[in-house]
Design a protein around this ligand. Structure first.
Ligand code: F0G
Length: 458
């Protein structure tokens, strides 16, 4: 028989307790956190869907690999294990380990950014945008128009708009565009994949202008799975081979191993350009560490290497993508507006559509995220006007979308946890007309969503 139920391809080996809480306890907790979910003590959260980054469960074999960790400052055997595992999938000449993805971004954009420069991406993730802008360069999103319409179905909604990319480069002047980025999968645009054909198209545009192409490859395996399932010609191609083909179209990458590295910490920067690599290594030594550990312990390097071997396994990816869709499909069936089709690592609720009475500058995503916490102890993440509405010149505008992301940590929650999440979201959707917006009481100038304090509007 062809089973309909796709089971978790693992058994549970160690468990972590979840502390139950009441609505009153949660009200006290969120109030003292300034109505910002990042400010909570995680013990006060029942189901933590804030992020899929570093929050997954490691496997038995990863914990075993940790025992092989060698903590030599230079030339550790663990470094060579890591290097081999990375280059097996991404055969770039230079691999530079970093403590996480944003460190790779900071180093690369310190080397390539600066005032007058423009960096196109399908959609910049928040830290990527912030690291581009911190150098004085401009970050421009060039995702296809379909990628900005939450309810519209498209198999590769993370694709780059090639005409818009070309126009962006011509307007900036190719000499002012040091690199073009493609984020796979497109996190801020709904966890949506990018087709191989689109990557080839981006490559052609880059070649025409003589600009290097880099992947923000955090969720490369999930992207490869979507190519395997949706793009003609890849149904029988092994995932690792699809990943290598994606890599072959690029000149380098940034990576957070906290996602598809299946690790709790780590990342890297990789590239073929010798001169750029030398500059990046010098910056690495300044703040991260020697180039054979880059801010990581040897044991972290071992855990990542083993994670990279596990993440391209078809049984894992089938379960992973199906279990995310299980949540998304249930919300869609209940009439709750979600980004369609369901992405790889998260379900994105369209808060602007669910709460049409709250204008973007009163933060409908924040209102929904707080309600999910209050009613059910679920912690999601606003991806909207709080995260992207403030600009370097001090102005504020509505973000393209106001979403709440429910990110699914890898191999961590069971189907009954997710059934509970579905129940809570449905309950909150019934309360929607009564939810109120928020105002920001206090916020830093950059990446304000992490530390802003809010107050509910009357
Ligand atoms: N790029 C993308 C597409 C990301 O999603 C992230 C992190 C980063 C870069 C930065 O990596 O966290 O290791 O420094 N995303 C997490 C999230 C935080 O919740 O989506 P990092």
């Amino acid at each position: 028989m062809e089973p309909r139920t796709i089971i978790e391809p693992f058994r549970i080996h160690a468990v972590e307790p979840i502390r139950m809480s009441t609505r009153d306890e949660r009200l006290a907790a969120i109030r003292s956190a300034g109505w910002n979910l990042f400010g909570l003590h995680a013990d006060d959260v029942l189901i933590d869907l804030l992020t899929d980054s570093g929050t997954g469960a490691m496997s038995r074999d990863q914990w075993a690999a940790i025992q092989h960790g060698d903590e030599s400052y230079a030339g550790s055997p663990s470094w060579y294990v890591f290097l081999e595992a990375v280059q097996e999938l991404f055969p770039f000449r230079h691999v530079i380990p970093t403590h996480q993805g944003r460190a790779a971004e900071r180093i690369l954009f310190s080397a390539l950014g600066g005032p007058g420069h423009v960096v196109p991406n399908n959609t910049h993730f928040d830290t990527t945008r912030a690291n581009v802008e911190a150098t004085g360069a401009l970050a421009v999103d060039c995702v296809i128009a379909e990628g900005r319409i939450p309810a519209l179905r498209h198999p590769f909604k993370g694709d780059m708009d090639l005409d818009l990319l070309d126009r962006t480069i011509r307007e900036a002047g190719p000499g002012n565009v040091p690199v073009v980025f493609v984020t796979v999968t497109n996190n801020s645009g709904g966890g949506q994949p990018v087709a191989m054909a689109n990557l080839r198209g981006v490559r052609r545009v880059c070649d025409r202008h003589g600009i290097p192409l880099f992947l923000d490859a955090c969720r490369f395996a999930e992207n490869a799975w979507f190519i395997h399932e949706r793009e003609e010609g890849y149904a029988s191609t092994p995932i690792a081979e699809i990943v290598r083909e994606m890599a072959s179209l690029a000149d380098g990458m940034t990576m957070s191993a906290k996602k598809d590295g299946l690790a709790n910490i780590g990342g890297w920067l990789a590239m073929n350009d010798d001169g750029l690599a030398a500059r990046c290594r010098n910056l690495l030594i300044l703040t991260e560490g020697f180039p054979t550990y880059g801010g990581l312990a040897g044991r972290d390097l071992e855990a990542i290497a083993q994670g990279l071997r596990e993440v391209v396994h078809e049984d894992y990816l089938r379960y992973r993508i199906r279990s995310t869709a299980y949540l998304g499909d249930a919300l869609d069936d209940a009439g709750i507006p979600v980004v369609l089709p369901i992405g790889g690592h998260a379900v994105y609720i369209d808060a602007r559509a669910l709460l049409p009475h709250i204008p973007p500058t009163a933060y409908p995503g924040q209102a929904l995220a707080v309600a999910l916490y209050l009613e059910g102890g679920i912690r999601g993440c606003e991806i909207g006007t709080v995260m992207f509405g403030a600009h370097p010149d001090g102005t504020e505008t509505a973000a393209p979308m106001d979403l709440v992301r429910l990110a699914i940590p890898r191999r961590t929650y069971t189907q009954s946890h997710i059934d509970y999440v579905i129940e809570v979201v449905r309950h909150v959707a019934e309360l929607a007309p009564d939810l109120r917006g928020y105002r920001i009481v206090d916020a830093p100038t950059q990446l304000r969503h992490f530390t802003a304090r809010f107050a509910p509007l009357d």
